[in-house]
Ligand binder design. Sequence first.
Ligand code: BGC
Length: 500
Amino acid sequence: MPASRRGSGTVTLPTGQTLAFHTRTQDEEDLPHATKKTMADHLRKYESLFTLTPQRMRMIVDAFKDTLEAGLEKHGNTVPMIPTYVFGWPTGNETGEYLAVDLGGTNLRVCLVTLQGAGRFEITQSKYRLTEDQKQEEGQKLFDFCAECLKTFIDQHVGEEPGMINLKPGEKLPLGFTFSYPCSQNRIDHGELIRWTKGFGNPNTEGHDVAEMFRKSLQKYDVPADFISLTCDTTGTLIASHYVNPKTKIGCIFGTGCNAAYMEKVANIPKIKELNIKDDAEIAINCEYGAFDSFEHEHLPRTKYDQIVDETSNKPGEQAYEKLISGRYLGEIMRLVICELIDDGVLFLGQETYKIEKSYAFDTAFLSLMESDPTDELLMIIGIFTHFFALETTLAERQFFRALAKLIGRRAARLSACGIAAIVSKMGYLDEGCAVGADGSLYNKYPGFADRVHEGLIDVFGDKGRNIVTYHAEDGSGVGSAIIAAMTKARKEKGLYTHV
Ligand code: BGC
């Protein structure tokens, strides 16, 4: 009789699903599994494909830095370096009640944020998961859904008690809209969608002013909200993080998508010269650097799996950097490697593999779970393969999967470090050092992601890389958006640059 083992437990996935496993597996049973040696040989091959040397990282950083600078020179570049019309840092004393609507990659959130000053705030919120259909339906319908959810939220939260919305008849609450897709902005309450990212494809939205579309929906549902500012999650992250930690100079998201924002002197943004803003004023720049190396693919180390991810996406050629890094794609990269080994007859011979052969069936959360499996037998990995894909695995295979997840996750973190390093190097932050507020599912939930980013920064900059420290950011899309609305209201009331 072959040796058998039992393991059981539960784990909650980011999707909210609970995965319970109670498993019995056999290593040396009748199914023809790959040998330990075969798996080790394959691993070596993937190691060389997914490993990024310090030298290669430095080359990427140099090209990245040039791209950022070019984006400030003229309009329409692939990495658009968008001036957001958020002028300078918050004082920390912004106060008042604000609504924030956050349309991110995965959820819609509606929030009531009470800014209390001195870097303090309170937030009440409701979250709605977006379906795949909602990401493809008519654009105006998506904004209608946002307005409808906001209306329901307001109706539920109007009242006298603390944490409730205190509304007099006819009164409107100021609203910050966080729309985390690249938009070119002429003013802070305007934004023309350049392109959908993160798998969205809603028709009749690209090339349109999404602020105007949302305002139309707010009117339709008679929502008592005064649209003040359109912002993206990274700009929000930059501002919210600075509100509580003034050492922050960069805000980043490593989640379903990836991006960064930082503060730039107007003198260094030649493309907005005609706006007559003082040279020494500062404006937050939404880099939209997930688009780095798009179309041309000159600088990033793309494997054939990355190319397949790209070619089969709804936006081939676009978001080249994001596709190597972000949570939307890492699981798919791993799945494609596994499928190649199935096709080559290395894995799962004699087993039904159709479940794992379905595109995007392999959640990026599985990579985190595999890397953090604490058991010698890798019971979590048994659970994932049996529960989701009805596949039996041997210990040698599970060790291989864990090592592969580590290669893909580590490459993502090291490439993430390159984007941060490019901003640091462009802005000359290395000697004095800076704090980087970072948010998103990868940064917050992937084990060791932040440590690997820090290691990457040291590989790029040597010991001085230790001066750049990332930390878990404040909620940029809710609190950040509210602070930006507060700053914008105050700026306009003072009559400062009211044209933008
Ligand atoms: C979007 C950015 C966003 C980032 C993180 C990217 O796909 O283009 O606007 O900041 O994802 O959510």
